[in-house]
Design a protein around this ligand. Structure first.
Ligand code: ADP
Ligand code: G6P
Length: 483
């Protein structure tokens, strides 16, 4: 059987060091959490960066890290601290991430970042070429590695390559700002199949290809001399059963023993039994609209004083990209807003916002999903938003209300949720009220439809369909060449 190798910047495991002990913990973020459920089925390797700079460890410790990851099916691409600064924090997260999320004011077009991006992408491509055998497939992931498909294709034109973008592909009017837009497209077009979460992102990509290169495009096939590249939409799913079964277990376990988190949360209900929990979970990222959410919640409490002791926003934010200035600025802004709201509306018995700045183990995450009456997710841009799907999968008795931003990929699969524009704080405040007051029958009717949809198209189906398309395109490619 031909193997399929995954290539991504972030591996499914990150390194933690505690009292000189090195261990692995699961990585956070949609790519890592989603792909982790499926990669063992491919019988290939997962090639990626271990998430730390080489200089931060001795050679022997680095070897240890490498061995630990090898055992998990991973091959490491080590990065120096200069590469972390200029490639990862630089071109990936100060150029592409803000540009593709329409934060033009944050974009840094430093040529030094670009040069580093080219070099590091070449490192990933070389490592992949080292690992592949004839007839294997390669599946490259995300915006950190957009040159890799072209680099592999140049040396190994026989290898069939898939690429999946986990973030939005912006409209041509935004993409064109990038000084290296042609190089990025050329890199992506080295793949045989380019996948996106939504049809809109696919359309933006095709439009950029048409305008910049003038290639003939029929439907979603791009004709490039002797090759065809297929672009398609594959909305990523989650491991639905894993969340659903864990939520079932959480409920039965809670009857026997209560976790520390559960006991803490119960204190919230203690003062007023009819108190409602509103939940939000994200990486602390400016694309997630966290300040928008807080301001809307403040507006809600201001407008509806009867809820001042009855609704608590539990906001879980996982630290992310701490060395990038905009993330540090966002952290300060969020802390200030939380402080202001709690100062204004809090009392000895009531904290309007419970803010946790940390990553939580899977069981606690599911516990939070199960205990919350409302999920409030307000990204100003988000490729997909898997948290929304995880919340739905964890709702065992089908109650609970989802408030979701229209700027996410996931909204296309959640028409039954309350859909909001995060920039309209009055609308979000009203949505919170509507969610808290929604009759149980209506909650169940809406939730049941979304659950059925997400259950049918889970992450396994998603991967299966992508790989099936990759195999189909391999055949098309062969037929095309032999004509
Ligand atoms: P992104 O990929 O931009 O981070 P997604 O919502 O698609 O956004 O995916 C985030 C993933 O990270 C989800 O699988 C979610 O469960 C996980 N996650 C987010 N915040 C936390 C946290 N504080 N602790 C543990 N896991 C988290
Ligand atoms: C998003 C990106 C992923 C990335 C994740 C976490 O989901 O699409 O590629 O891995 O965020 O970000 P990080 O910078 O920690 O890898």
């Amino acid at each position: 059987m031909n193997k399929l190798h995954i290539v991504s910047n972030r591996l499914p495991f990150s390194i933690v060091t505690q009292q000189d002990q090195i261990s692995l913990k699961p990585s956070v973020g949609g790519l890592a959490t989603g792909m982790k459920s499926v990669y063992k089925d491919f019988e290939g390797r997962w090639i990626g960066w271990p998430g730390v700079a080489t200089e931060d460890f001795s050679a022997s410790d680095f070897e240890k890290i490498d061995t630990m990851l090898q055992k998990e099916g991973c091959e490491t691409v080590p990065l120096s601290s200069y590469e972390v600064e200029t490639f990862y924090e630089g071109f990936c997260n100060r150029t592409i991430w803000p540009l593709f999320h329409y934060f033009n004011q944050y974009v840094d077009y430093s040529p030094e970042f670009w040069e580093s991006y080219v070099k590091v992408n070449q490192k990933f491509a070389d490592k992949t070429i080292e690992v592949i055998d004839d007839g294997d497939y390669v599946w490259v992931h995300d915006y950190q590695l957009m040159l890799v498909p072209g680099m592999i294709k140049k040396k190994r034109p026989d290898i069939i390559i898939g690429f999946f973008l986990h973030i939005p592909f912006p409209s041509y009017e935004v993409f064109r700002f990038l000084p290296w837009r042609n190089e990025i497209l050329e890199g992506l077009l080295g793949a045989d199949l380019v996948g996106f979460h939504t049809y809109d992102y696919e359309r933006h990509f095709l439009s950029s290809v048409r305008r910049l290169f003038g290639y003939e495009i029929s439907f979603n096939r791009i004709h490039i001399e002797e090759r065809i590249v297929l672009a398609d939409a594959f909305p990523m799913g989650i491991d639905y059963d894993k969340f659903h079964n864990a939520a079932l277990q959480t409920i039965s376990k809670t009857l026997r023993e209560k976790s520390q988190l559960h006991q803490e949360l119960e204190k919230v209900f203690f003062v007023s039994p009819e108190r409602k929990l509103i939940l939000s979970i994200d990486r602390l990222d400016y694309s997630k609209g966290i300040p928008h959410r807080l301001r809307a919640f403040e507006k809600f409490l201001e407008k509806y004083p009867e809820y001042r002791t009855k609704a608590t926003l539990v906001m879980l934010a996982v630290p992310s990209r701490n060395s990038v200035p905009q993330y540090q600025q966002l952290k300060r802004e969020v802390e200030e807003l939380v402080g202001r709201i709690n100062g204004l509306y809090g009392s000895v018995n009531y904290s309007p916002v419970w803010y946790f700045y940390r990553s939580l183990p899977f069981e606690n995450l599911v516990e939070l999903y199960s205990m919350s009456d409302v999920a409030l997710l307000t990204p100003v841009r988000d490729g997909m938003n898997l948290v929304a799907k995880e919340y739905v999968a964890s709702r065992i008795n089908q109650t609970g209300v989802m408030i979701i931003s229209e700027m996410t990929g996931v909204v296309k699969e959640m028409a039954e949720a309350i859909v909001i524009n995060p920039n309209n704080e009055d609308e979000v405040a009203e949505a919170i009220k509507q969610a808290l007051e929604m009759p149980v029958d209506e909650q169940r009717a809406r939730m049941a439809v979304i659950q059925n949809r997400l259950k049918r198209y889970d992450v396994f189906k998603w991967a299966e369909q992508f790989v099936a398309s990759l195999k189909r395109i391999a055949q098309i490619q062969r037929d095309f060449i032999s004509k």
